[in-house]
Ligand binder design. Structure first.
Ligand code: TRP
Length: 456
């Protein structure tokens, strides 16, 4: 099937004539998609499940040698086809790749359905810290979290978060997503830097880094749970494998340097993950919350952070407000990328209007998210399936499609964008020979470990 791009490099038939205001706008939006709750809650909670330094090392390795080439491939697939995630695989690889487009749609919808619930908890915690203050002790924090994490409060916060995401995506690429990222990302970095400096002054700072991030146990390198955590965290945090960046890249200029942009996104995302760990772990160590965190679940930090900060009085409350603000900004710049996957796909496939498509999808996703908003156990299962196994499978398919199915497209697009062969060829090599076997191994270990954790 031919590409539907016109000679000007803009998407043609079936695609709205939208594009980014600038290369920086795209990079900020893509970084906004990558930096999210995954970096703040996910990184901390997975690192503290026992992996420590081994988890961090595996995570960095996977990000660099496995995810980076896949991210480049994903950007190439979007830009070179000019199509949304549903049709792009067909355009690049022919009809037999059609199921991949559906996998991307399902994964994005599935992830957003529970991601909006997590966003709701974040927004609710922000509001609580602002208006009511922090919980007096651990018991109060647990009671408070139980009250907001499921039931009526969670449902309302989930719906509001989805609606807010819908407002941004309905405003379009440039007027909505790019505008949000342009002010959101710099603000996020500023807040994080401030919190990082503050955390350094805590009495337990060194202890926090040592216990959680730097504790070295080589046996953990081969521990299946650590491996699953590292793979899941890498793919989820970069946000590659289900077409979110593909959707963004379809609005990208022919000439922009994709490998450099991908490296920026990966760099910013990893920096935020590590920086966030350097904020949360000192808090945990300083206030003696280690026990709470090591039996970690998705809710742990929502309980541990406010409890720790409460003992600092008013200044702790300010820090809590800033932290939840930061988390909410990170979350919404991510949720818009998830919603853009089905939105651009339906616009592309059916020629519907953006506004109509967005609100149709918001209603559907709101319903799909209800079980997660009512029961945290469902949320954890959704995360393990859509945010783990399905996502990693999508990444594997992406590597196979561009590495083996359509390598000439990969080379031609990057060549046209001005990337030197000395950079492009090693990337293609990694995409063919490193990513598929590594992802397959990671996937097998993850599925086995997941099944075991569910049955035991
Ligand atoms: N990366 C985001 C986070 O860390 C979440 C996210 C946005 C995502 N887009 C994605 C995850 C695409 C997987 C796939 O919170």
């Amino acid at each position: 099937m031919p590409s539907f791009r016109s000679a000007t490099g803009q998407p043609g038939r079936g695609h709205p004539p939208e594009h980014w205001g600038s290369s920086l706008g795209f990079v900020l939006a893509a970084a906004g998609s990558a930096v999210g709750l995954g970096n703040l809650w996910g990184f901390a909670y997975r690192a503290s499940q026992g992996g420590g330094g081994a988890f961090v090392l595996l995570y960095l390795l996977i990000v660099l040698v496995v995810c980076l080439p896949v991210l480049v491939a994903e950007m190439v697939l979007g830009r070179s086809t000019g199509h949304a995630p549903l049709l792009a695989p067909i355009t690049a690889g022919g009809r037999r790749w059609a199921p991949l487009g559906w996998l991307y749609m399902a994964a994005a919808v599935g992830i957003l359905a529970y991601y909006a619930v997590l966003m709701g908890w974040t927004g609710r915690s922000l509001l609580h810290a602002l208006t009511a203050g922090l919980p007096a002790d651990m018991a109060a924090a647990e009671a408070y979290f139980a009250a907001i994490s499921s039931g009526g409060d969670a449902v309302v916060a989930h719906l509001l978060s989805l609606a807010l995401t819908g407002v941004v995506v309905a405003a379009g690429i440039r007027g909505g997503i790019e505008r949000l990222s342009r002010w959101g990302m710099p603000l996020l970095f500023l807040l994080l830097l401030g919190l990082l400096v503050w955390a350094l002054t805590l009495p337990g700072a060194a202890e926090g880094y040592r216990t959680f991030l730097l504790r070295w146990d080589p046996a953990k390198l081969t521990d299946p749970t650590t491996i699953r955590n590292a793979f899941t965290q890498a793919f989820f945090s970069i946000g590659t494998g289900i077409g979110a960046i593909l959707a963004y890249a379809a609005y990208l200029d022919r000439r922009s340097p994709i490998p450099r942009e991908a490296a920026c996104v990966v760099g910013m995302d990893t920096a935020v993950g590590l920086m966030a760990g350097c904020v949360t772990f000192p808090v945990v160590a300083s206030f003696g919350l280690g026990d709470v965190v090591s039996g970690s679940t998705v809710g742990t930090l929502f309980i541990a952070l406010p409890t720790g900060l409460a003992s600092l009085g008013a200044s702790g409350r300010v820090v809590a407000v800033l932290f939840f603000c930061l988390a909410y900004i990170a979350a919404i710049t991510s949720s818009v990328s998830l919603l853009e996957v089905p939105t651009s796909s339906l616009i592309d496939r059916l020629g519907l209007s953006r506004r109509f498509t967005v609100w149709l999808l918001v209603v559907l996703i709101a319903l799909l998210g209800l079980p997660s908003a009512l029961d945290v156990a469902v949320l954890e299962k959704m995360d393990a399936v859509f945010g783990g196994v399905v996502l990693i499978s999508g990444g594997l398919a992406m590597a196979l499609l561009l590495g083996w199915g359509a390598p000439s497209r990969f080379l031609a697009d990057l060549h046209q964008g001005g990337s030197p062969p000395a950079l492009v060829l090693p990337l293609l090599w990694a995409l063919r020979w490193v990513s598929p076997p590594a992802i397959t191994a990671g996937l097998v270990v993850s599925v086995v470990d997941l099944v075991r954790s569910w049955s035991g």
